[in-house]
Design a protein around this ligand. Structure first.
Ligand SMILES: C[S@@+](CC[C@H](N)C(=O)[O-])C[C@H]1O[C@@H](n2cnc3c(N)ncnc32)[C@H](O)[C@@H]1O
Ligand code: SF4
Length: 281
């Protein structure tokens, strides 16, 4: 039987996250809980209802949040179901609509989320089919999974955009629910396999940007013989999605890093011998 996964978005014509014009496949569900996550709708493994107040015309209730209409009954799309079970062929059908853009731009398909490794068997089958079609493949990942899954998946990936977030073990478990030792082990095994791996660091003030964490990240990357790193300055683009989901955004008052702060970290990494890309594609 064909494998199925919960997908919450298929974004076409993306110029981020992997190079060229890309199709991004967003897997729903993540074992981590980064308080700054810009995709809160990706965290639960189950389909969810979101409510967008800005689209609500108050047709049946005084508030979108008190409305008992189903997504199908809502006339404006203010109430929407996020997350759809799809099989590999359904996802492939969507991807094939973009295939003509890949060759001329060096683009392809990037798996994102949520955490694609958490629906690993499906992702492996999809990637295998994409490689059989000659399509470039990339993944954005936390690297937090059993090695067996990542090992199999890496055989069908041209590039792994691998996040390193919090290097202190206790802090990593407490703040984002991730065992950094497992993540580092997986990273090292991929390097040993000579997989094309690009570390990405989200620059989150008060969480990942302190000297100790940045130095630990630099030392780890250098110890693995890697020369390129991407840094992603903190943004709050996902903030309205928290409200739509009825979730609280606890970092509302956290100010994104200034360009000087980003430059300071870039310089530190460059001085250590790394080639640094801000944003990262
Ligand atoms: C939404 S995640 C999905 C992939 C995977 N779950 C991960 O975290 O690597 C994609 C990228 O966005 C970054 N990211 C998430 N929230 C962010 C925020 N508020 N500001 C900057 N980068 C963010 C992550 O660090 C990751 O590199
Ligand atoms: S690992 Fe990625 S998807 Fe999961 S909570 Fe963190 S930023 Fe969000």
């Amino acid at each position: 039987m064909m494998k199925k996964a919960i997908i919450f978005n298929i974004q076409r014509y993306s110029i981020h996250d992997g190079g060229g014009i890309r199709t991004l496949i967003f897997f729903k569900g993540c074992p981590l809980r980064c308080p700054w996550c810009s995709n809160p709708e990706s965290q639960s493994f189950k389909p969810e209802i979101i409510r967008r107040e800005s689209l609500c015309i108050k047709c049946s209730s005084s508030s979108c949040f008190a409305c008992t209409n189903t997504p199908e009954q809502c006339p404006t799309g203010a109430i929407e179901k996020v997350g759809k079970e799809m099989d590999v062929n359904e996802v492939l059908k969507e991807i094939k609509k973009d295939i003509i853009f890949y060759d001329s731009t060096g683009g392809g398909v990037t798996l994102s989320g949520g955490e694609p490794l958490s629906q690993g068997e499906f992702a492996i089958e999809l990637l295998e089919k994409l490689k059989n079609l000659g399509i470039d493949t990339a993944i954005e990942t936390t690297g937090f999974s059993k090695w067996e899954i990542l090992d199999k998946m890496s055989n069908h990936l041209d590039r792994i955009l691998f996040d390193l977030k919090i290097m202190n073990k206790e802090k990593s478990i407490k703040i984002i629910n991730a065992d950094i030792d497992l993540i580092k082990d997986n990273f090292k095994k991929l390097v040993k396999k000579r997989i094309n791996i690009i570390p990405r660091i989200p620059l989150i003030p008060k969480y990942t940007m302190d000297d100790e964490n940045i130095e630990a990240i630099i030392n780890f990357i250098l110890s693995q013989g890697i020369k390129e790193v991407h840094i992603l300055p903190y943004h709050q683009y996902g903030i309205s999605k928290y409200k739509s989901l009825g979730k609280k955004y606890i970092l509302k008052s956290l100010i994104p890093p200034s360009s000087e702060d980003v430059e300071r970290i870039k310089e530190k990494m460059t001085d250590a011998g790394l080639y640094v890309v801000v944003g990262g594609k």
